[in-house]
Structures are given as C-alpha cells and as structure tokens.
Ligand binder design. Structure first.
Ligand SMILES: *[C@@H]1O[C@H](CO)[C@@H](O)[C@H](O)[C@H]1NC(C)=O
Length: 468
C-alpha cells in the first residue's frame, strides 16, 4: 500500500502560523464575540455545510473564526461567501452474493442503519457492479439496492448502480459461477432465468443500471453566481441518470475553468485510452452507456433468455465493448506496471474530464489500492465470503471553502495574504480576486469494517480562482 500523503513538516508549519496569528490577534483584532449574531437559518445552513468527519487541514479552525462584523448591505454577500460547500461520494466494489458483508460495509461508511435504511443524507453511493455470482444472496442484494435507491434520492443523495461483467453474464446465460443455493432461492433455473430477463431484475437493469458514471464533486447547493460561469450543468432528475453523460460546459474557457475536472469516473473493469480512441466519439461517456444499454437490451429481449454468447447480430462496437479491451473486462490499470500506465491514465482523465478513475473487477485482497498518485483507485477487495478479502469502501470527500471564511493563519499558510499587508484580515474579507478565491480539498479514504485500520489514501489541496 502507498503511504498516506501527509507531509511531515505540516504540523510544525501550522503551529508556527497559529502562533503568528495569535500574536496578531492579541495585538488588537476585534474579538469574535463582537460579530453580529447570525440568523438561525444561516447558522443551521453553516452547520449543515460544515464537514463533520474528516475536515481538511484548512477547515479545522473554520467554525472558531466567526466572520467579522458586517454592514447590513454586505451581509447577504458575505453569508454566501462564507458557506463551505461539501460533497461525499462512497464507492463499493464487487460484492459477489454476500449481503451481510455489504450491509456492514455501508454501516461503517455511515450510509445505512442497523435495519439497512439509508442514513447517508446527500451522499452519493456508487456500486461498481458484480453483485451476483459466487455467493447465494442474489435476490436479497438486488432487492436491497432496489429499496435503498428511493430512500437515498429522497434524502438528496443518490445510488448509482453500475453493471459488472458478472451481472451481464446472467442475462447472457453464462451461469458458470452461480451457486446451487442461488438457483434454489429463485425456486429453480427457469424462474431465475425469467427474473433476469422479463422479470424484476431485468426490469431493474433496464431502468436503473448503467455502465459508467461521471460523478461531479459538487452536485447541489451551488451558489448560482459560482455555478454560472464555470460549472457544468448537472441535469436534475432521478438518481443516477444525472451522472451518465459527458459534462457540457459553457464554450469559452479562458482562463481555463478550474473545476473542469472536478469529478470522478466509475466503471466496473477499466477504461483505456485505446478503447476511447476506438469509439471515435466526442461524447465517450454517453457512448459507453449507449453501447452497453443496446447490448443489454438485445440480451434481455432474446426469447427464452439464453443466448450463451453474444448474439451473431451483435455489431462490432458491442463486440469491442464486451472484449478484454472494453470497459467491462479490462484489467490494465490493475495488472500493468505503474511506470507503464500513469501517462495513459492521464489521457483517460483528460478525455472524461475527471481527476480519478475508480473501478472494481480485479481483486486486491489486502485492501483498496491507489496507483498513479490516486488517479487509479482499485476497489474490488474480494469482499464476498467466497474470497474472504478486506471489507472495504472508498470514501471521497470534496470541500470548497471560500477564502473569505478561512482563518487568517490558513490564509497566510496558503500565501493568500501576507503579514506585510497593512490589514491582512480586511484584505482577506475584501473584494477583488480574493472574493473569487476558494480552497478546494479532496480527501480519499479507504474504510474497513474489520481486520485492518481505515486509512487516508491521499489529501489534495488547491487554491482556485474563479474567472470573472
Ligand atoms: C428505478 O428507480 C426508481 C427510483 O428509485 C424507482 O422508482 C423505480 O421503481 C426503479 N425501477 C425499477 C424497474 O425497479
């Protein structure tokens, strides 16, 4: 496992800066208690928006530093500008017929309670496929996700369900890995075949399962004036439908849009640049989902439901999709040398406009593997008791903090203001470029339920200035 990326000199730096800030404070800045009392609603909003679990370094002191006293006409602007925006995305890899393992993992991630009811609020949960095979809990697992989906949506979150090669294999009639208990639980092969074709699982696949998703780091709660010039339009609508296409940005991007890649890509196997080239497409995410859908629908429509291999009529793009080069089966990012892959990984991130590629399919029994500085995250850890690997989920926490609500020490640490400034505090809360400056953090963690400690796989922090 790669070590966590916590730089060792950081604590010392922070202590020094806090001392500097304390000295500055003692020399006459206004006490925080003089701040105008906040409206209840605004306070609640602030509480909701604050990152509770794993705040990035810069946010840890945020709640202590009340904003300075405000003139009435500036308070609306300032309220907006002091809002910390945050989004959490959790991903779970191959489950292979083990419901108890899944529910304990989701409890560990704070997404469900003991009864399996959604407690994840506006978290986006992504499951990267291979729910079925090797273990017996097929019915229970698909039913569980079916019941979780509307609960997540109602709470403002989402469940994004992606198909794995094993899920599609059921509709292909490739049952090599199906257990006897699984077949018995359906009341025999015939019923099982029907459930996966014209029955309820087939219907769920058609309606609510996809091939690949691009999940933006900020989905809702965007201030409109921030959203307008730089963020992609996120279509409203049901659940994962929002995440199945390529982003559409406003045309002109000069200076470059700092949030262009603020998203992560999810798929079962892996997306290579060579596969993307073969698509000849300017909308690769749309196209991968379209090809997968067309393949799935053609399989679901075969009378009797057992084609046993790709139908003879399958067009070349479906054959390429279902080959070892395609997104359902590819293993390049898991098995090739890191030296060989990172430049290719970069090309895919560029094409899909994402920062990271998350996928399952190739088990890493020890735990989630981060490669190419966190650009590749392999999350199949052999969860099922058929394997006995680590019980894991990947947690990605994104935070955007306006510069104006940073504690001075952090603003100094990030060189946003300088001590040689006559009034650094006023500069920080003032207009101009700092009013359009945000600190963006991404924390990527591997959470485990037992057997090993959870760990931070990486923390990234950037200063972004939104173009005017
Ligand atoms: C798909 O998900 C939606 C939203 O949760 C739900 O209302 C619908 O019943 C699901 N479709 C099927 C076929 O299960």
């Amino acid at each position: 496992m790669p070590p966590a990326r916590a730089p060792s000199s950081r604590p010392l730096l922070v202590v020094t800066l806090l001392l500097v800030a304390a000295l500055w404070y003692l020399s006459g800045s206004p006490p925080a208690s003089r701040a105008a009392p906040l409206k209840d609603a605004a306070t609640a909003e602030r509480k909701r928006a604050a990152v509770p679990s794993q705040p990035a370094l810069v946010n840890q002191a945020a709640h202590k530093a009340a904003p300075p006293p405000l003139d009435d006409d500036r308070s609306a602007l300032s309220d907006r500008r002091s809002t910390v925006l945050t989004q959490r995305i959790v991903a779970v890899g191959d489950i292979h017929g083990d419901l108890p393992a899944l529910t304990s993992i989701l409890r560990r991630a704070g997404l469900v309670d003991l009864k399996g009811q959604w407690t994840g609020g506006d978290t986006i949960l992504v499951q990267t496929g291979d729910i079925v095979d090797r273990g017996p809990d097929t019915i229970a697992l698909y039913r569980f996700f079916q019941s979780l989906r509307p609960q997540a949506e109602k709470a403002g979150g989402a469940l994004v369900s992606l198909l794995g090669n094993h899920d599609i294999m059921q509709t292909l009639g490739d049952w090599r890995y199906v257990t006897k208990e699984d077949i018995a639980s359906f009341g025999g092969e015939r019923n099982r075949r029907e459930a996966f074709s014209t029955g309820w699982i087939g219907a769920e696949f058609r309606a609510n399962y996809s091939i690949t998703a691009r999940v933006p780091y900020l989905v809702s709660s965007l201030p409109h004036d921030l959203a307008a010039p730089v963020l992609p339009s996120t279509p409203r609508g049901s659940s994962d439908r929002r995440f199945l296409g390529d982003p559409s940005y406003p045309a002109s991007a000069s200076p470059p849009n700092p949030f262009l890649h603020a998203a992560a890509s999810f798929v079962h196997g892996g997306i290579t640049p060579e596969y993307l080239d073969s698509l000849h497409s300017s909308h690769p995410i749309n196209d991968m989902n379209r090809i997968g859908r067309e393949l799935l629908f053609s399989l679901l429509d075969v009378p009797g439901g057992v084609p046993l291999s790709l139908p003879r009529s399958a067009p070349p793009e479906q054959r390429e999709f279902w080959s070892e080069r395609g997104p359902m089966w590819n293993r390049d990012w898991a098995i090739e040398d890191e030296d060989e892959i990172c430049e290719r990984v970069e090309r895919v991130c560029e094409a899909l406009k994402v920062r990271r590629l998350v996928m399952g399919h190739t088990p890493q029994f020890e735990g989630i593997l981060s490669r190419c500085d966190g650009k590749v995250l392999l999350i199949d850890t052999g969860i099922s008791r058929a394997y006995g690997g680590a019980h894991s989920s990947l947690s990605l926490t994104y935070t955007l903090t306006p510069a104006s609500s940073l504690p001075l020490a952090d603003a100094l640490a990030l060189s946003l203001v300088s001590l040689s400034d006559p009034d650094p505090e006023a500069t920080l809360r003032g207009e101009g470029e700092l009013a359009r400056t945000w600190v963006e953090t991404e924390v990527v963690e591997a959470l485990y339920t037992r057997g090993r400690e959870s760990e931070t796989l990486g923390k990234w922090e950037r200063v972004v200035v939104v173009p005017e």
